[in-house]
Design a protein around this ligand. Structure first.
Ligand SMILES: [Zn+2]
Ligand SMILES: [Zn+2]
Length: 215
């Protein structure tokens, strides 16, 4: 029998309806970076004064418990069942994007990949790719700088931390790509990746994250 990954009751999907309802969708997200705002269809101050090069951010959840716990369990505790929860939560929102649009999982630096043993973004992207028949470009984007964990830094340090931390390896033969990450905090990592992809000839980057923090 299939069971809910959280409360173990019978469920066809990763979560039962009760646990599904614990996922809070973002309210009034910024149309570009999904930061929560006070009114709908707005653009946050940061996106207005310094527009990112990605066109929008699709986000399934607000980074609050229990969602934040699931994210940490996947990232630090190898709980692969959490990746399925996150992938399933993103399937609906991603239906609006043509399935010819491939997914690029946010890469980890090889050193971090080695110490963690897996890339949580890849684990989520892999499931979505299979369910929506999207190509998965998992080797095209590489992390060239072994940066500190964004969560360990103050806001001002974050931008500098991820600047020029990525490179494109080989060629990308499509105009639009999805870049998928588990969480977006300030959006600096997505900004940096997006810049790098546009330089490599991509025309449009769509950010997709399972959860978004308020900051
Ligand atoms: Zn449940
Ligand atoms: Zn914004």
């Amino acid at each position: 029998m299939k069971r809910c990954a959280v409360c173990q009751v019978h469920a066809e999907n990763a979560l039962c309806n009760g646990c599904q309802s614990l996922i809070q969708e973002p309210v009034n997200p910024c149309v570009i970076c999904a930061k929560p705002l006070n009114q709908s269809n707005g653009i946050c101050g940061e996106c207005r004064s310094d527009p990112p090069s990605f066109i929008k951010t699709i986000c399934a959840a607000v980074y609050e418990p229990p969602v934040s716990l699931w994210v940490q369990q996947l990232k630090f505790g190898a709980r692969m069942d959490r990746a399925r929860i996150m992938a399933e939560a993103l399937l609906g929102p991603l239906n609006s994007i043509d399935n010819q649009t491939p997914i690029i999982p946010m890469p980890l630096h090889p050193k971090r990949l080695k110490s963690r043993g897996y890339n949580q973004a890849y684990e989520i992207a892999r499931i979505i790719s299979k369910k929506q028949n999207r190509r998965l470009f998992s080797e095209v984007l590489i992390r060239t700088k072994h940066t500190a964990m964004q969560a360990e830094l103050h806001e001002k340090q974050r931008s500098a931390n991820v600047r020029a931390a990525f490179a494109v390896n080989g060629e990308i033969d499509v105009n639009t790509v999805i870049v998928l990450d588990d969480v977006m905090t300030t959006g600096q990592t997505m900004r940096s990746v997006s810049k790098c992809l546009l330089k490599a000839g991509v025309k449009e980057v769509i950010g997709v994250v399972f959860a978004r923090t308020g900051g």
